[in-house]
Ligand binder design. Structure first.
Ligand code: FAD
Ligand code: N01
Length: 535
């Protein structure tokens, strides 16, 4: 980049699913825009998370863009759930097909974004000190893009290799003959563990909280299934958009509690056979009624007891402290079976806590473990982490970090009071991580694109969420969460995985369909809840 700041209508930060589509939309609408991306390629999540077994839990036919029917028809997925390399290939194909790269600068981390009130413009500063100036600043920085490396004592003293699943080396890692420790048993770990166990001499898993999971049943995509989808893609997409979670299958319409134990069992067995997230749609009340939830939780625990041969290990693997589905459900491919291997050990760090990382491994209260490598599958500073790492300042030099000190506040997860012309794609207060994310991402991008056209047509130069609208939305987000069992879990949805992070339930659980309708209604009412400033 040259020394003089380049000027754009919009600067977009991030080149994952969100930033790529945002660029495409705005460019087509005649806005000048540019994307800044920390990685050296497109793909976001699928660029960074290259750990063994990395794969999507959403099915390939709907974990994809819907904006181009040509793209939908020409791309052929190979498996029921796409693996990381295939999604990355897809996103690279999208970048090429829509000629996106010419407006993306890679290897460029944004450190600051400051709003100049007098000039009504954002100055975006990169780590290298370059600046770009734009009327609109759009954060497409991702909800799960700021890896959480836990501050365990002695971390820097370890003499072996360390890896974080969210920053995996591009060349891969060969664990053959190695003694490996892995910390964490979330979605990333449960995909990596079976594959690392196949390679390593020994794998020790450090589990803080056991995880509920249901089988993925991945396999090659049936060509007939793919043909059927492609013949009716628009209808499948409509179902996804109008659904609760962005998944195109029906929500449960029965209560678990209206059935006998035998009938419940039959329903759960059926869902278990199908596999995937729809397990939680077996009954409509699993996420809102504790007794209903317990029937599903108990069913999964009974499956763990059947699969894991050592009863003590099976007991350790059974989640008991939180309702099923209130921490992100994981999809299992040979995870529980892995504990039947001789070269795998499970350490329950709730009863036997990690005291320190030592030069040779990990010391727990009861034991000393020697490792050649430690894998951190410890997740992300979710939803706010990537935004908090950027020095974002709005009107009156207000820092976003300061505004969000007690927890994030945003209107619809799209706009923030005090930060005119700043948009967040899938920000806190939107369904985002509780949904099949491409559906939520496309909805946000389309809403922002339509909004910018509206402003342009009316000579409106600034749009900003009002404090009243923001407060009311945050109260609504909390109220809806309070109707569910979600707040019962110490999940990353409430920031519980990051020491010191305010405990606030961040995503909106009202459902992507109703949320979309609300966003459309607000736009139709001339952006109700936003203050508009005209020239
Ligand atoms: P990201 O893909 O996270 O992209 C954000 C980009 O912004 C990154 O490339 C990052 O480098 C860049 N960035 C961030 N900060 C800066 C900065 N300061 N300067 C410059 N660039 C910056 N969702 C589902 O719906 N279904 C799934 O099955 C599913 N599986 C997942 C599996 C894994 C391992 C993970 C981590 C997430 C998964 N997700 C899943 C969520 C996934 O994040 C979204 O589906 C989607 O990829 C998000 O796209 P995005 O563009 O919004 O964010
Ligand atoms: O991270 P996580 P993830 N000491 O936060 C433990 C998406 N995703 O990368 O539960 C010891 O879920 C932590 O323990 P606890 C998906 O949305 C999707 O696995 O906090 N342990 C937990 O076991 C997912 O939810 C897919 O008690 C510590 C683990 O580390 C999200 O990304 C695949 C610790 C972290 O689990 C994040 O998943 C992968 C500490 N200090 C990811 N800190 C698919 O769709 C944390 N832990 C396939």
């Amino acid at each position: 980049m040259s020394d003089a700041p380049q000027r754009f209508d919009a600067v977009i930060v991030g080149a994952g699913f969100s930033g790529m589509y945002m660029l495409h939309r705005l460019r087509e609408l005649g806005f000048s825009c540019h994307v800044l991306e920390a990685g050296d390629g497109v793909g976001g999540t699928w660029y960074w998370n290259r750990y063994p077994g990395a794969r999507c839990d959403s099915e390939s036919m709907y974990y994809s863009y819907s904006f181009s029917s040509e793209l939908e028809q020409e791309w052929n997925w190979t498996e029921r759930y796409p693996g990381q390399p295939e999604i990355l290939k897809y996103l690279n194909h999208v970048a090429d097909r829509f000629d996106l790269r010419r407006d993306i600068t890679f290897d460029t981390r944004v450190n600051a974004a400051h709003y100049d009130e007098a000039a009504n413009e954002w100055t975006i500063t990169t780590a290298a000190g370059d600046t770009l100036v734009a009327t609109f600043c759009i954060m497409a920085t991702g909800c799960l893009s700021s890896p959480n490396a836990p501050g365990i004592t002695g971390l820097d003293t370890f003499e072996g290799a360390t890896y974080h699943t969210g920053e995996w080396p591009h060349e891969g890692v060969d664990f053959t003959g190695k003694r490996v420790g892995i910390i964490g048993t979330g979605s990333s770990a449960i995909q990596a563990i079976p594959l690392i166990a196949e390679q390593a001499e020994h794998l020790t898993v450090f589990q803080r909280t056991p995880n509920f999971m249901v089988p993925a049943h991945n396999g090659p995509l049936d060509p007939e299934f793919e043909r059927d989808w492609k013949a009716d893609y628009a209808e499948w997409r409509r179902k996804g958009r109008e659904s609760f979670g962005g998944f195109p299958y029906p929500a449960g319409n029965r209560s678990a509690l209206e059935l006998s134990a035998e009938e419940q069992l039959e329903a759960y067995e059926e869902a278990w056979k199908i596999g995937g997230f729809r397990f939680l749609s077996t009954f409509y009340d699993l996420i809102i009624n504790e007794d209903a939830n317990e029937t599903a939780a108990e069913f999964v625990r009974s499956k763990i007891a059947q699969i894991v041969k050592d009863p003590e290990t099976a007991q350790k693997l059974m989640p008991r402290d939180y309702p099923i589905g209130t921490k992100r459900l994981a999809l299992d491919t040979h995870y529980f079976e892995t504990y039947n291997r001789d070269n795998v050990t499970l350490v329950d760090i709730k009863t036997n806590p990690i005291e320190a990382i030592t030069p040779s491994g990990i010391r727990t209260a009861d034991d000393e473990h020697t490792f050649d490598a430690i894998v951190f599958a410890t997740g992300f500073d979710a939803m706010t982490g990537a935004l908090s790492k950027i020095d974002i300042r709005g009107r009156g030099d207000l820092a976003l970090q300061e505004k969000w000190e007690a927890g994030p506040k945003a209107y619809l997860g799209l706009g923030i009071a005090g930060f005119p012309n700043l948009f967040t794609i899938t920000g806190p207060g939107s369904p985002s991580v509780l949904s099949n994310m491409p559906v939520s991402i496309e909805q946000h991008v389309d809403w922002i694109a339509d909004c910018l056209v509206y402003l342009r047509e009316r000579n409106v130069v600034a749009i900003e969420a009002t404090v009243e609208a923001e407060e009311a939305w945050v109260a609504h987000v909390n109220e809806v969460a309070g109707f569910t069992l979600f707040p019962r879990a110490n999940s990353w949805y409430i920031g519980a995985n990051i020491p010191g992070k305010p405990r606030v339930f961040m995503p909106y659980v009202g459902g992507v369909g109703p949320y979309r309708a609300r966003c459309n209604e607000i736009a139709a009412k001339d952006y109700d809840g936003f203050a508009l400033t005209s020239v």
